[in-house]
Design a protein around this ligand. Sequence first.
Ligand SMILES: [Zn+2]
Length: 157
Amino acid sequence: VLDVTCEECGAAFSAKTRRAKFCKTSCRVAANRRPSKTGKAKEQGQAAGAVVEIGKNAPAPPPADPPKPTYDTLAEQVRESLTELKALDTISGMAALRIAQQLDRGGDNGSAVATLTKELSRLRAEARVEAAPRHRDGVTTIEERVAGKLLQFQAAQ
Ligand SMILES: [Zn+2]
């Protein structure tokens, strides 16, 4: 017979085996119902993790719609469209921009405007074709960039 202290109520009792931890059945049942300290800590950790996860997955507020661009001049519009095509620094692109600027200045008669508009449209299409290979492989050589900058600089004169 062993003298043992009950793990549940702390009472000393006589046990028949070494495995006995509780003085009576109700103490054993009570102890087994209560989760162990480590078990509880684990549960709390999981709960905290779940909270973080919810925070992560919370939907972001929808982005505000960007304002629609408005163009004061034809040249602005052409520049924007050439930039989108990555064709602003192509020869055709630069020529198209110059024509747009010419049209913006006004003072041309009807037939001149018609000719310039037709030429502008042709050059825009050409600029798109010129820029197309770069769209495909995404490569612009330094020489091409320098040439483009030079043309831009000359056009600004
Ligand atoms: Zn007990």
